[in-house]
Ligand binder design. Structure first.
Ligand code: ADP
Ligand code: MG
Length: 246
């Protein structure tokens, strides 16, 4: 019996030109855990997520999935590992000229070669899971932002990922649309999905996370269980940030 976390990041460094964006970030996410990442704009949160699923190449440091190093995979093995890590962005980026159902099935059909009928069946089940079974044949423009974001989550889930990365997925939504998206994420967490959630929704981070990381200036300033980080942070920088956002 090992205790290797589902996802482990060690000593990650990333610069863009002269700007040092990640300065030695460590992250551990046990299987089935939810880790939230909070911190001011520009602190490197998105870059960290993008490095984890290899959209961005880290300058140094390592990324492990189930104990296997994925930092330098290329080609087909990189494609395979990317399928195991789903990501949802602030901008949902649905294909506007495709139906909701097509948006959810497309990657399965193109990337995995799943037969259309099977892909459609799975997509309908996923749409039901995010409360949008009625919208399968609509086009994205007919949906609210919150509904579009739930479609984007269903699309990511269609690849049957083992880890889901969420990058401020409710930040572009009108306030009244945020709850439905957070509810979907909460249920996903309860279902045992391993999740890394970059968010400004502090009550979600507090209620749903097993661990909270506070990032500032490319480093993890503080990490701990949410009750401690939110009510009794050890670092002045965390305290100042929370004073501003809570
Ligand atoms: P956060 O998500 O915490 O707001 P980001 O990871 O998006 O932070 O960005 C951290 C810093 O890295 C910012 O100063 C941003 O301008 C810079 N940055 C991010 N991506 C790039 C890029 N592709 N090229 C140059 N600078 C970038
Ligand atoms: Mg960001």
């Amino acid at each position: 019996m090992t205790h290797e976390p589902k996802l482990r990041v060690t000593g990650l460094h990333k610069s863009f030109g002269p700007s040092r964006v990640l300065c030695g970030v460590d992250l551990e996410v046990p299987a089935g855990a939810v880790v939230s990442i909070i911190g001011p704009s520009g602190s490197g949160k998105s870059t960290l997520l993008r490095c984890v699923n290899r959209l961005e190449e880290a300058d140094s440091g390592e990324i492990f999935l189930d104990g296997a190093c994925i930092t330098r995979l290329r080609g087909k093995s990189l494609d395979a590992v990317r399928r195991r890590i789903g990501m949802v962005f602030q901008q949902f980026n649905l294909f506007p000229h495709r139906t909701v159902l097509d948006n959810v099935t497309l990657a399965q059909r193109v990337v995995s070669g799943t037969p259309p009928a099977e892909a459609a069946e799975r997509a309908r089940a996923l749409l039901a899971r995010v409360g949008l079974q009625e919208k399968a044949d609509e086009h994205p423009a007919r949906l609210s932002g919150g509904q579009q974001q739930r479609v984007a989550i269903a699309r990511a889930l269609a690849m049957e990922p083992e880890v889901m990365l969420f990058d401020e997925v409710t930040s572009a939504l009108d306030p009244e649309l945020v709850t439905d998206v957070l509810d979907v994420m909460r249920r996903l967490a309860e279902g045992g999905m391993t999740m890394v959630v970059v968010t400004h929704e502090m009550s979600f981070a507090r209620d749903v996370s097993d661990d909270v990381l506070f990032m500032d200036g490319g480093v993890v300033v503080e990490r701990g269980d949410p009750a401690t980080v939110f009510t009794d942070p050890s670092h002045e920088r965390t305290r100042r940030f929370l004073d501003r956002v809570l």
